[in-house]
Each structure stands twice: as C-alpha cells, then as structure tokens.
Design a protein around this ligand. Structure first.
Ligand code: G3I
Length: 343
C-alpha cells in the first residue's frame, strides 16, 4: 500500500473510532475494556449508564475481598458482590473476580490467629471452593492470588506464614476444582517493566506452567504516576510489550487489570496530555500483543477513585473527571484500542 493510502486508512479508522464507545472499539479489536466498580454508586444513573455503555468487563473493586465476602469464620456475605455480577449480566459484561488471596483487606478473625499449616490449607480451600463455587459460570476470570511479591521476595500474608509459598499453587488448584472453565490469573503491580519483581513473577509462573498448575494468565495492574513536565514512571511501549512477550513465551495470557495514571493535583493541561499518552500507549500495546486479553481501569471517574485518599496531593487518575466529563485520556485510550482494528 502506498504511504498516501496508509495515511487515508489511518485517518478513516480514527474518524470511525471517534464515534464509538470504548466498548465497541475494544470489541472490534478483539479485547475487553473494563472498569473496577462498586455497587455503592449504582443509584447514580450517570455512573451506571457509562459503566454499562462504555465497558465490556467489570471488576468488583472491594466486594469479593475476604473482609467483605467472608466477614466471620462461618459467614459468607455475597450481597454486594452479587450486585456487581447481576449488573454485569444485565449489561452483557464479563466479570473479573478479585481476589482470593491477598495480604490486605483480610478480616481480623483471619489475621488475628496463628493458624497451623493444615488449618490454613483447609481455610483457603473452604474459602475458594465457596466463593468460586458460588460464581461458577458467572465469573469468567479470577485474580486468584494478588501481590504475592514485595520487590523480588515473597510478601507475607496469613497463608504464606502458615503454608509457605506453596499456598499459591494450592489456591490455583482449588480455584480450578471449583470452576474448571474460569480463567485463572496471578495479579501484581510494578511488573510492567523489567525489574527484580517482574523477574520473580516470570520465574514463578514459568515454574507453575512447567509443573502443570492451572494458571492461564498474569494481570499487570498498571497503577502509574506522572508529573507533567517530568518523565512518567509508566513503562514505554517497548518495555511493556517486552514484559507481555515473556508471558506469551510460556503460553500465558496477560491483561492490564487496574490501570490508572495519577497526576499531581490540580492537574495541568500538560499533565492531562501526558496522561492521555500513557493510556493511548497501553491500549495500542495491548491490542498489538497476541496474548493480551484486555485493559481494565481502576475506576473510570475521578469522582470515585482510590488515589486521592491514598496519595495526598495526587489524583485526576481516571478517564472521566469528577463531573463525568471525558478527559483527553478517554479519546486517547479509544484511539490506542482502534489501532487493533482489522484492516
Ligand atoms: O467499607 C469501609 C467503610 O465501612 C468505612 O466507613 C470506611 C472508613 O475508612 O472504610 C471503608 O473501607 C474502605 C474500602 O476501600 C471501601 O471503600 C477501606 O478503608 C479502604 O482501605 C479500601 O481501599 C481499597 C484498597 O484496595 C485497600 O487496600 C480501595 O478502595 C481499592 O481501590 C484498593 O484496590 C487495590 C486492589 O484491590 C489491588 N491492587 C491495588 C489497588 C489499589 O490499592
């Protein structure tokens, strides 16, 4: 094709894409586009309209974590998580379950006891069999274990302390037993570029695959920062693609599972443009990678983002602002996803 024709094709794709939702753009590129969401905001009609129209996947932001879904040893409370799964089904969306073993958001009854190894295994099995069993056939992809590493070494949590690193294999085996059709992911942050931590995760999942542990993919959270004039701590496209390829080499899928790009607040125009570029590159890199199944953002509006309460002086991390106006990042992500459209 001549340069002129390529240019015309690119402009045409951009024009068509600009009239599409993220959801339609991603579907045409063959990937999911998702958001973390909470039923706490389901009474807000703008929130639910955008969530259902713009996204094809949903992750309950907190509702499936141990402290909410398993608040007492013999009590499971599915109310809030069910509301998210019901919403997804009513809107034809995939659900990413999050998460079955993590070191945070655990109930005091769990963290306050020194469990024996056998007790901890039984507890993990009971929890995973019950939760994954409850959502069998309704949750398509699970973050089975979340953030098992701290830099290049294991992060302590109740199961690591009682069982050792073998808890990770067990969690995946228990999840597979409970729903053999669900896709099972390991999920972590700061593994989007080359580092001791990304090496540790690659080594772990490579060993799991070699030993026949039922793992399907790795979630790269993609919580990244930037400050306008300064360089992003986000990986560039080549670094991100390189990490995705390491998993492809061992037959695993990847997904960007919790993307947001926080800015010093108040955000400047320069910051918003740099943020948009980070979202665009993420979309483009995912659709170019044969094993990337999609991108999930960790909340879609600045009105309900975890960032400002965690990082003082930072915020504005999402695609829509706090008044539900789209930011440059919205069009940029859509543009990045549209590069995956078939010719
Ligand atoms: O529900 C209680 C409420 O009853 C109470 O009044 C209020 C007072 O602080 O707290 C509420 O719980 C908060 C919960 O979010 C629900 O809003 C917790 O304090 C707060 O710590 C919790 O934060 C969550 C955080 O995980 C916990 O570490 C964020 O919403 C959630 O976005 C964040 O998500 C994590 C992913 O799961 C894993 N990767 C990192 C990501 C960001 O930290």
């Amino acid at each position: 094709m001549s340069t002129k024709r390529v240019l015309v094709a690119v402009v045409l794709v951009a024009l068509v894409a600009s009239g599409c939702t993220l959801r339609r753009t991603a579907a045409r590129a063959g990937v999911f586009v998702g958001s973390a969401a909470s039923p706490a905001y389901f009474s807000d009609a703008t929130y639910t309209r955008l969530l259902g129209d713009e996204f094809s996947s949903i992750t309950p932001e907190n509702e499936m974590k141990w402290s909410l879904i398993h608040p007492a040893p013999d009590t499971y409370d599915f109310t809030a998580a069910d509301a998210v799964v019901d919403f997804a089904e009513a809107h034809g969306m995939r659900v990413r379950g999050h998460t079955l073993a993590w070191y945070q958001q655990n109930p005091a009854w769990l963290t306050g006891t020194a469990w024996t190894r056998d007790e901890a295994i039984e507890l993990l099995h009971d929890h995973i069999a019950t939760v994954v069993g409850h959502y069998k056939g309704r949750v398509q992809q699970w973050d089975v274990v979340n953030e098992a590493f701290r830099a290049g070494t294991y992060q302590r949590n109740p199961w690591y302390d009682a069982i050792g690193p073998e808890y990770i294999d067990l969690a995946f085996q228990f999840a597979h037993e409970a729903d053999p059709d669900a896709e099972l992911f390991y999920n972590d942050y700061s593994i989007e570029w080359h580092s001791p931590k990304s090496d540790a995760v690659v080594a772990m999942v490579t060993s799991m695959v070699a030993r026949g542990i039922p793992i399907d993919g790795v979630g790269m959270q993609m919580h990244v920062t930037g400050s306008g004039a300064q360089k992003w701590d986000a990986p560039d496209a080549a670094a991100l693609a390189e990490q995705m390829a390491r998993y492809e080499a061992v037959g695993l899928d990847v997904e960007l599972t919790e993307m947001d790009v926080r800015l010093p607040t108040p955000a400047t125009e320069e910051g918003l443009q740099a943020q948009a570029e980070a979202y665009r590159l993420a979309g483009e890199t995912c659709v170019a990678a044969p094993n990337c199944t999609g991108i999930t953002v960790w909340g879609f509006t600045d009105a309900h983002s975890w960032v400002p309460s965690t990082f003082a002086g930072w915020g504005a991390a999402c695609l829509w602002d706090e008044n539900y106006r789209t930011k440059p990042a919205y069009g940029a992500l859509r543009q990045g996803l549209a590069t995956g459209w078939p010719a």
